[in-house]
Design a protein. Structure first.
Length: 368
């Protein structure tokens, strides 16, 4: 027998798994989807895809929910708290449960439409969306894509999005410095990689990289540093890790090149980590969404661009797309995402499920 969406949420929340290791998550979802009479297809190693086709030769609507958790120790004290050292502190348990609830409703109520439901792995660190798209190819004739992301910044019943870039392009960067070790008593014989790293950082903090101008918005920062191996020797290596966030992909790539050239003067090199393209909303879909929210008794908020990184940007590069924040705050206190206390109430699941069923129907009816 298939679980209810809330029962599923509890099961998923107790078993959080990191990027491309969502094997138990995949198995839990697969079993319950099969109990609905469906035949989910494994995709991108630990993901699942469900295709519901009501009308042959017509395009489909793609709806994505991410699956992976974070390496955070949960501190909510709830009865279904994490059973390991990871946590669904970004609400992906809610995302999966809502999408499962939508699928259940569509099956049970025989709601018309062709839909591609993607349970996507590895949103947090690796960019699982790219792997999903590569494997999907052109098989499902996707007309448009949509996704939500929960947040307690907004109350339940509030949704937020924006014209153009909603979430910034995000590139992870690592600056590496090589030196030569020597005992601290003969430090003149060494090459101090730590000193070179600190000198570079001093230059960085005195260089105005950040920009708030619309069309050129940019943010660069470093948040992690380590060097050397013992206290009484010149550090023969140093590493500084950070991120570039920008309104446009080209802006981020150009900034990477600029920092890379600067590092040469400090004996350093720059390596690129994950790169998420910006999440760019389609203007037609945004207009449709605004109209939908007014008829669905939802409060629409224009939140502007956020410097949040989100690999749904791979979908927005491929298809006309619309992503939005879905408010889940039901109490005065809020904790924010990636917080060990973040735990939306169960009551948000049926509410968001109902909204998403109606939004998908709106999208389906808009297809020519």
């Amino acid at each position: 027998m298939a679980m209810s969406p809330i029962e599923l949420r509890h099961k998923l929340h107790m078993n959080p798994e990191l990027a491309f290791n969502e094997f138990s998550t995949q198995a839990i979802l697969e079993e319950n989807l099969e109990n609905l009479g469906l035949h989910p297809v494994k995709i991108a190693k630990t993901g699942l895809l469900v295709y519901i086709e009501r009308e042959k030769n017509k395009p489909s609507i793609l709806y994505r929910a991410d699956m992976d958790a974070l390496p955070i120790i949960e501190d909510t004290g709830c009865e279904f708290s994490s059973r390991n050292n990871n946590m669904h502190a970004c609400g992906h348990d809610i995302h999966m449960s809502v999408m499962y609830g939508v699928i259940k409703r569509i099956i049970e109520e025989d709601i018309p439409g062709n839909f591609v439901f993607v349970f996507q792995p590895a949103e947090e660190t690796i960019g699982g969306a790219k792997y999903v798209i590569d494997e999907m190819r052109e098989k499902y004739k996707v007309a448009c894509a949509t996704a939500l992301h929960v947040t307690d910044e907004y109350a339940l019943g509030e949704v937020a999005s924006s014209s153009g870039t909603l979430f910034a392009c995000a590139m992870e960067i690592t600056a590496k410095f090589r030196g030569r070790s020597a005992h601290i008593a003969q430090k003149q014989n060494g090459v101090d990689a730590m000193k070179n790293a600190v000198t570079f950082l001093n230059h960085f903090y005195n260089t105005p990289y950040d920009n708030d101008s619309t069309g050129s918005r940019l943010l660069v920062g470093f948040g992690k540093m380590f060097a050397g191996s013992v206290r009484n020797a010149v550090a023969d290596f140093a590493q500084v890790e950070g991120s570039i966030r920008g309104e446009k992909l080209e802006l981020v790539v150009d900034t990477f090149s600029e920092i890379e050239k600067t590092l040469v003067d400090y004996g350093g090199t720059l390596e690129r980590g994950s790169l998420y393209p910006p999440v760019v909303n389609d203007e037609r879909l945004l207009g449709l969404f605004k109209h939908f929210t007014s008829s669905a008794n939802l409060r629409y908020i224009d939140c502007g661009m956020k410097y949040t990184g989100e690999d749904f940007g791979f979908f927005t590069m491929k298809y006309p797309s619309l992503m939005f924040w879905a408010g889940v705050r039901t109490k005065e206190q809020s904790h924010g995402l990636h917080n060990p206390h973040f735990l939306p109430d169960d009551e948000v699941i049926p509410s968001l499920t109902d909204s998403m069923v109606k939004w998908l129907s709106e999208l389906w009816n808009s297809i020519d």
